[in-house]
Design a protein around this ligand. Structure first.
Ligand SMILES: Nc1ncnc2c1ncn2[C@@H]1O[C@H](COP(=O)(O)OP(=O)(O)O)[C@@H](O)[C@H]1O
Ligand SMILES: O=P(O)(O)OC[C@H]1O[C@](O)(COP(=O)(O)O)[C@@H](O)[C@@H]1O
Ligand SMILES: [Mg+2]
Length: 365
């Protein structure tokens, strides 16, 4: 057992869910109670629970059996930003700063420090609350792996495993029908899921946002495979991929969201272009939220557990305004400011891209 001045902590999960959230919550609760004799209060539905005072104490009994479970027992949302909160008066909707409600509820529950498990959006809110005096510690979550200041976010490994399983399945049907199969995966403005799953699944073409593609080059790759008597092709497309000089495809605008754009639809654009240029029957699969669901991989369970324990240790050490992160093989910490800084996209001259090129995978350029 170790000592901590802080004895009562809060925890919330924010933004899109990611496999491993429950593993973090479990590690936070176990470490806080067993190692530091703290009390843990869980806020429900991200910052929504902090604004609306929806909270409950989390005991060790509450976290029994949740390690392998996807989703989050606390609920989450990608709305409810306390600094940009929708207020409706009659027919008019405006946005207001309701952060005073957050501080009121923090005080009602006697919370001395708050763990925010989230991506760039949730951590940006956490940073703003920290600047206003709340003792905040962050945990980097997202399947997109697009956060700076950490080598990897939890959730990414599971998403990429789901995507590479999908590529394996597409291979067998592509082979039977001699088709071109296009798989569209998530990742927002980063191509990590597409590149990594494409490598793991043996894709022939991988299109990522960081490398705008030329459709003629993609078509030539498919035709070259035909000339080599290869009867099918697999194309993995990141939802943020775009043609040279063109735009990303937006699937919808989510009202009330600080970052309202949802990407999606590029898979269909690519499949249609390939079919009309090559005459080969093409089909598209949009993996969608399947890649956010299900049980975390062993890798993500361990990473999430290390992050949860690490976050409580940071609180005990008084290292507020920081986030746990992975650097090489070790759990370290980084300032929240750095975590929400520049988004972590695929380096176009990095080793993974080079490996893909050396394997003859077409990246569309
Ligand atoms: N740059 C930002 N600054 C402040 N709040 C943000 C920012 N981007 C998003 N948000 C808000 O943070 C919350 C979670 O964001 P979202 O991007 O959905 O999840 P994540 O935490 O995974 O990044 C939402 O309420 C969103 O409106
Ligand atoms: O669940 P929604 O609102 O459709 O959002 C989809 C987006 O969320 C993600 O799945 C995860 O993003 P975050 O981790 O930033 O929440 C993206 O890959 C995708 O573009
Ligand atoms: Mg985000």
């Amino acid at each position: 057992m170790a000592k901590s001045v802080v004895k009562r902590i809060g925890v919330l999960t924010g933004g899109g869910d990611a496999p491993g959230l429950n593993a973090v919550i479990r590690a936070v609760v176990k470490t806080a109670i067993q190692e530091y004799q703290m009390t843990v209060v869980g806020f429900e539905n991200g910052f929504g629970g902090l604004i609306k005072n929806q909270a409950r104490e989390l005991t060790e009994a509450d976290v029994v059996g949740i390690l392998p479970r996807g989703g989050t027992i606390l609920g989450t949302t990608n709305r409810d930003n306390p600094f940009h909160y929708p207020v409706v008066k009659g027919n008019e909707k405006t946005f207001a700063d309701v952060s005073d409600r957050v501080f009121e509820n923090i005080s009602i529950h006697g919370i001395e420090a708050l763990i925010v498990i989230g991506g760039d959006g949730s951590l940006a809110i956490g940073k703003e609350l920290y600047d206003q005096g709340l003792k905040v510690v962050g945990v980097p979550k997202t399947i997109d792996n697009d956060l700076s200041a950490t080598d990897q976010t939890f959730g990414f490994d599971t998403a990429l495993t789901t995507a590479s399983d999908a590529i394996d399945k597409l291979h067998t049907t592509a082979e039977s029908h001699h088709r071109v199969m296009v798989l569209e995966v998530m990742g927002r403005y980063a191509g990590w899921i597409a590149l990594a799953s494409g490598l793991a699944g043996g894709a022939d073409v991988i299109l990522i946002p960081e490398i705008p593609y030329n459709m003629d080059i993609v078509v030539e790759k498919i035709n070259a495979r035909s000339r080599e008597k290869k009867k099918f092709s697999i194309i993995v497309v990141a939802e943020g991929a775009k043609p040279l000089g063109g735009e990303m495809v937006v699937s919808k605008h989510v009202e009330d969201s600080f970052d309202p754009i949802r990407l999606g639809g590029i898979g269909n654009v690519v499949a249609q272009a390939v079919e009309s240029a090559t005459g080969k029957e093409s089909r598209v699969t949009v993996l969608g939220h399947l890649q956010r669901g299900g049980s975390p991989t062993a890798y993500d369970r361990i990473l999430a557990t290390r992050y949860g324990t690490g976050a409580v240790n940071l609180i005990a050490e008084g290292q507020f305004g920081s986030m746990v992160c992975l650097k090489g093989q070790n759990i370290k910490s980084a300032p929240l400011e750095q975590a929400i800084g520049e988004s972590h996209t695929v380096p176009v001259d990095g080793e993974l891209v080079r490996v893909a090129r050396q394997l003859g995978i077409c990246l569309g350029d």
